[in-house]
Ligand binder design. Structure first.
Ligand code: ADP
Ligand code: MG
Length: 397
C-alpha cells in the first residue's frame, strides 16, 4: 500500500486520534448491533498493546450540526468497554478545553471516546479550523472508518492535513481487497450487479465492464435492460429514461468481449406484496398487469453456473425483492453460489450483505465490505477522499 498504515507508526506513548465508524443502531440507550464496533477492535487493541494513548472519534446518526441527547455516544462507550474489557473514558464534546484536558491526561494504553462529531456543523463542512482543533488533541491520526471514507469531512479528510495520517487495519483491508479485485484480479472475474435501479449503479456497471469477464445483471435494474431488448415488462419497475443507456451498456459489453447475462425467466406478481399471486414466466413474456419481482429458477441456475470456476467475484445488489419470501429465492441461490466459489469473493452494499447473512453464508465470503456507499464509489473507480488524504509512505521514509 502506498499510504502509511498502522504498522509504519511508532506508537509508544504517542497520542493517536482514530476516526472509527461507530454509527451503530441504538434502542432505549443501548447498542442493538455492535458489528461496527467489533470491526474496529483489531486497530484499537493494537494501539493499546503498543502503549499508545487512544482517542476515538465517530459520528452517529444525523444530528445535523446540533446536540441531540439521543445521539450521544455514551451507550457506545459502554459497549466498547465490555468488548475491550477495560475502562473507556468519555467526554461530552469533541473539541474545547475539557476535551483537551481529558486527552492530555490519558496514560499509555488508555482509551478516550469523544462525543458525536456531527453535533458540530463544521464536521460535515470539512471546516479547516475545526479539523485543526481535532488534530491538536494528538500526535498521529489513524483513519479506520471505511464506511465514511467517501465523505470529505473534517474527521475523515481535513484532519489528515495537520497530522501524519495512516490507515487502520479495517480501512487497509478494504482498500487492499477491493483495490486488488479492480486492478489485478485473478481471472475469470465475474461481477453480479442487482438492486432496484440502473440509475443508482450506472457508474459501477460502466467501470466494471472495463475489467470483468462476465457481468451478471439481476434485480429491478434487469427490467430496464430487458426493456432495451424490446420486451414488454408489464407493471415492472422500468426506468424508461435509462433504456437508451442500458442499450449502450449492452453494446459496450459486446465491444469489449464481456459476457453480459440477463434473466431468461422471472418471478412475476400481480402486486408488490408478499402474498400477491405470482408465477414464473419467460423474460419476454411478462403478462400485462404483472410485475417482475425476482429472477426465475432457470436464471438462478444459469447464474450459479456462470460463477463456477470464477477466481474473483464481486457482488452488489440483490436479485429480487428478497425482503418478501416468495421473491427471495433468486438472491438466496446467488448467495449460496457466491459462497461456494473457491476464488476471492467480495460482497458490498447494505442489502446484499443482509442477504448473505440471512442465508447464513457470511462466513464463507472472502470479504464483506463494511461500507455500502464507500464500496460502491470504490467500484465506480472514484478516489475516496478519506484515503487520498492519508500520508504517502515515501514522504515519511
Ligand atoms: P445494496 O444495498 O446491496 O446496494 P440496493 O439498495 O441497490 O442494494 O437494492 C436493494 C433493493 O432493491 C431491495 O430493497 C430490493 O427489494 C430491491 N429490488 C430488487 N429487485 C427488485 C425488483 N425486481 N423490483 C423492485 N425492487 C427490487
Ligand atoms: Mg441498499
Amino acid at each position: 500500500m502506498a499510504k502509511l498504515t498502522l504498522k509504519d507508526l511508532d506508537l509508544q506513548n504517542r497520542r493517536v486520534l482514530v476516526r472509527v465508524d461507530f454509527n451503530v443502531p441504538l434502542e432505549a440507550g443501548r447498542v442493538t448491533d455492535n458489528t461496527r464496533i467489533r470491526a474496529a477492535l483489531p486497530t484499537i487493541q493494537y494501539l493499546i498493546d503498543r502503549g499508545a494513548r487512544v482517542i476515538l472519534m465517530s459520528h452517529l446518526g444525523r444530528p445535523k450540526g446540533k446536540v441531540k441527547e439521543e445521539l450521544r455516544l455514551d451507550p457506545v462507550a459502554k459497549e466498547l468497554e465490555g468488548l475491550l474489557g477495560r475502562p473507556v473514558h468519555k467526554v461530552n464534546d469533541c473539541i474545547g478545553p475539557e476535551v483537551k484536558a481529558a486527552a492530555a491526561a490519558l496514560q499509555p494504553g488508555e482509551v478516550l471516546l469523544l462525543e458525536n462529531l456531527r453535533f458540530h456543523p463544521e464536521e460535515e463542512k470539512n471546516d479547516p479550523e475545526f479539523a485543526r482543533k481535532l488534530a491538536s488533541l494528538a500526535d498521529l491520526y489513524v483513519n479506520d472508518a471505511f464506511g465514511a471514507a467517501h465523505r470529505a469531512h473534517a474527521s475523515t479528510e481535513g484532519v489528515a492535513h495537520y497530522l501524519p495520517a495512516a490507515a487502520g487495519f479495517l480501512l487497509q483491508k478494504e482498500i487492499e481487497t477491493l483495490g486488488k479485485a479492480l486492478a489485478d484480479p485473478e481471472r475469470p472475474f465475474v461481477a453480479i450487479i442487482g438492486g432496484a435501479k440502473v440509475s443508482d449503479k450506472i457508474s459501477v456497471i460502466r467501470n466494471l465492464l472495463t475489467k470483468v469477464d462476465t457481468l451478471i445483471i439481476g434485480g429491478g435494474m434487469a427490467n430496464t435492460f430487458l426493456r432495451a431488448r424490446g420486451y414488454s415488462m408489464g407493471k415492472s419497475l422500468v426506468e424508461e429514461d435509462q433504456v437508451p443507456l442500458a442499450r449502450e451498456l449492452m453494446a459496450q459489453a459486446e465491444r469489449q468481449g464481456v459476457k453480459m447475462l440477463l434473466p431468461r425467466d422471472l418471478v412475476v406478481a400481480q402486486e408488490f406484496k408478499a402474498d400477491a399471486p405470482h408465477q414464473v414466466v419467460a423474460a419476454n413474456a411478462v403478462p400485462d398487469g404483472w410485475m417482475a419481482l425476482d429472477i426465475g429458477p432457470e436464471t438462478a441456475r444459469e447464474y450459479a453456473n456462470a460463477l463456477n470456476g470464477a477466481r474473483t467475484v464481486v457482488w452488489n445488489g440483490p436479485m429480487g425483492v428478497f425482503e418478501m419470501e416468495p421473491f427471495a429465492h433468486g438472491t438466496e441461490a446467488v448467495a449460496r453460489a457466491v459462497a461456494a466459489v473457491d476464488g476471492m469473493t467480495i460482497v458490498g452494499g447494505g442489502d446484499s450483505v443482509a442477504a448473505v447473512e440471512k442465508v447464513g453464508v457470511a462466513g464463507k465470503i472472502g470479504h464483506i465490505s463494511t461500507g455500502g456507499g464507500a464500496s460502491l464509489e470504490f467500484l465506480e473507480g472514484k478516489a475516496l477522499p478519506g484515503v487520498v488524504a492519508l500520508t504517502e509512505k515515501q514522504a515519511e521514509e
